[in-house]
Design a protein around this ligand. Sequence first.
Ligand code: SAH
Length: 213
Amino acid sequence: MKDTAKHQGLRNQLVSVLEQKGITDKSVLDAIKKIPRHLFLNSSFEDYAYQDKAFPIGAGQTISQPYTVAFQSQLLEVKKEHKILEIGTGSGYQTAVLCMLGAKVFSVERQKELFKQTSVLFPKLSIRPKHLSFGDGYKGLPGYAPFDSIIVTAGAPFIPQPLMAQLKIGGRLVIPLGEEVQIMTLLIRKNETQFEKHEFGEFRFVPLLEDKN
Ligand code: SAH
């Protein structure tokens, strides 16, 4: 579990790459500068951890590309103490970025193996999400709602209704929508019934899977 000056140097380079690709939110870039992404990957990927790429993390899943993590985090407009629901904890890297931004993070993962891994990893790194949950993200976390914002980190074929219902008025839902290719979509809740929709181009995610049971 080492984080060295060499890793820090690679992170600084990664942040320059993200800036060149158009990420402007300083607090997001700062969080990426601080989070040791190599510790969220199997050690065999250590040398590649600061490339702007997705990598396998087990259970057929991937850690999102840093650009995607930065892009989604920027769209959330995270403020300190914001209550954020994340669907798809995966490696926990996106969770860590949100925690570093000062948010209270509630994260749901449906793969037991990954849920267990992150439950052990976060305390080791002194990263403290408010709540980690093993379950189906399509349902959200009604017991902890409403949320200031919601981020879905897997490709969703449609917007799950419970997620819209669990968003505060004025809150932001960031969700990649589509089957093969996803369109990054931002919904801003205007009132009880109305949502404003913005679209931000194509991304590729592993699918948000519907319940196995
Ligand atoms: N934020 C993660 C992304 C992991 S990939 C990271 O940066 O590592 C997407 C994750 O969503 C996978 O871990 C996958 O198991 C999870 N997932 C897929 N369908 C889900 C569902 N219905 N509910 C919760 N998590 C789901």
